[in-house]
Ligand binder design. Sequence first.
Ligand code: DQA
Length: 143
Amino acid sequence: MKILVINGPNLNMLGIREPEIYGSSTLQDIYDLLNLEAAGKCELRFFQSNHEGAIVDEIQAAYQKIDGILINPAAYTHTSLAIADAIKSVAIPVVEVHISDIATREEFRQISYIKPFAIAQISGLGIEGYVKGLQILIEHLSK
Ligand code: DQA
């Protein structure tokens, strides 16, 4: 089982970026946590980009190669029909994850273009949300 983990814009700045909202862990800390959870269960591929088109390209490249996608689309969550369409195009099961609780933040963060096409949305659990998302994806793909 192959799972692609996608992180969108500014998530490469975790650890530095607004620690009062996103905590002090880095993206590498998230990768380490996910690798621990994945051990013996699935193969992970990690991808981070600050560019919408690069994320669309990565999703398209996953077609018939990847079984599931765990994605934190970051700010593109609230703006990107292109990423939502790419997810629909490849028809790969997706779990959407957010570190902060987007439902209780600014109004503009409460819309997700991705949510309608995801099997689950996890929000507000900090970096543990990635682990939960991976568990949901593995369970879904094991059915
Ligand atoms: C985020 C929430 C988004 O609103 C924000 O733009 C991000 C991170 C989160 O993980 O909480 O960059 O996706």
